[in-house]
Design a protein around this ligand. Structure first.
Ligand SMILES: C[S@@+](CC[C@H](N)C(=O)[O-])C[C@H]1O[C@@H](n2cnc3c(N)ncnc32)[C@H](O)[C@@H]1O
Length: 287
């Protein structure tokens, strides 16, 4: 690649946010649901989605360049394999996750990355005037988008993550910031001789899925603050980043008791008891 080609490549990379924006439009208007029966003209799609044909055409052309839809003639489109999960009837519907990732709480913070590499104060608090947790608590709509989006993203990757990771054969696995326990369920299914702890902040633990998963007697739910304490375990998995103290990552990570999470936080993290931590038994009682 010569300098000229490199420059063109870099400009394309720098404009990647435009593709994200186009994808956000597709998720928001549900255009994929109108492509289930096959190719449609942009005029038909615009009428079906209540959008302007020329504007929609620009969005779909951007998505075609990423292989999410295919062109059919001059102004026709079909859904490509890569775009399948945008359909509401997909086995892993992705629209809510796309809307979450492209919401201002992620978008704005991503733009602030340049400042974050030189400042140590959390940028989210500077911009939004409160922590992410307080921001979510203060807006039920954003809170629902965040957690439903996270759940759909995790549903798509949990089984793959559990299969790919070196989970212990026995012992206790704790899902840190596990919320509905979907990652813990995948881990317990992958390792039938382990016990699980679902750990999240007070009021955020949801046990419905675990109760319905047929894993009776194999798990406990614990409320607490991972900055203060995390339950002792053989292995800790998380789709919240406890090493950096942020909750922005949707990619799951796993640590053993001797891994960076425990080392950085100090061993007391794993042993110290905290009055803020409450344990819920399988029967749903708090101890
Ligand atoms: C990115 S979400 C992941 C949720 C879930 N694991 C999933 O994949 O859908 C991060 C989770 O971390 C939890 N969390 C945030 N701050 C926390 C804290 N200080 N202590 C414990 N959990 C926390 C949130 O309540 C949220 O459920």
């Amino acid at each position: 690649m010569d300098d000229h080609q490199s420059a063109l490549f870099l400009y394309d990379e720098a404009m990647a946010f435009a593709y994200s924006a186009a994808l956000r439009v597709a998720a928001a208007i549900g255009v994929a649901d109108h492509l289930v029966e096959g190719p449609r003209s942009v005029d038909e799609l615009a009428e079906a989605t209540g959008t302007r044909p020329d504007a929609l055409n620009r969005v779909l052309r951007a998505l075609a360049s990423r292989g999410i839809v295919h062109h059919h003639g001059v102004r026709g489109y079909s859904l490509a394999e890569r775009g399948r999960a945008l359909r509401g009837d997909s086995a892993v519907p992705a629209a809510t996750g796309v809307l979450m990732f492209t919401d201002t709480m992620f978008w704005t913070m991503t733009h602030a990355l340049a400042a974050s590499v030189t400042e140590d104060k959390p940028r989210f608090e500077r911009h939004f005037g409160r922590t992410l947790a307080d921001y979510l608590d203060g807006d039920p709509g954003v809170d629902a988008l965040y957690h439903e989006g996270m759940a759909t993203v995790s549903d798509a990757e949990n089984a793959l993550v559990a299969r790919a990771c070196e989970l212990p054969e026995t012992g206790t696995v704790v899902d840190v910031g596990g919320r509905n326990g979907s990652l813990l369920i995948a881990a317990l299914r992958e390792r039938p001789r382990t016990h699980g702890i679902l750990f999240d902040r007070a009021g955020a633990v949801e046990t419905d899925r675990l109760e319905a998963a047929g894993l009776d007697g194999r798990w406990t739910a614990v409320e607490g603050d991972f900055f203060a304490e995390v339950p002792r375990a053989t292995c800790s998995c998380s789709s919240a980043s406890c090493t950096t103290g942020t909750t922005t990552s949707a990619s799951a990570s796993w640590t053993t008791a001797a891994a960076p999470c425990a080392r950085e936080a100090g061993s007391w993290w794993w042993t110290r008891s905290s009055p803020r931590t409450r344990h819920r038994t399988r029967a749903g009682r708090w101890t």
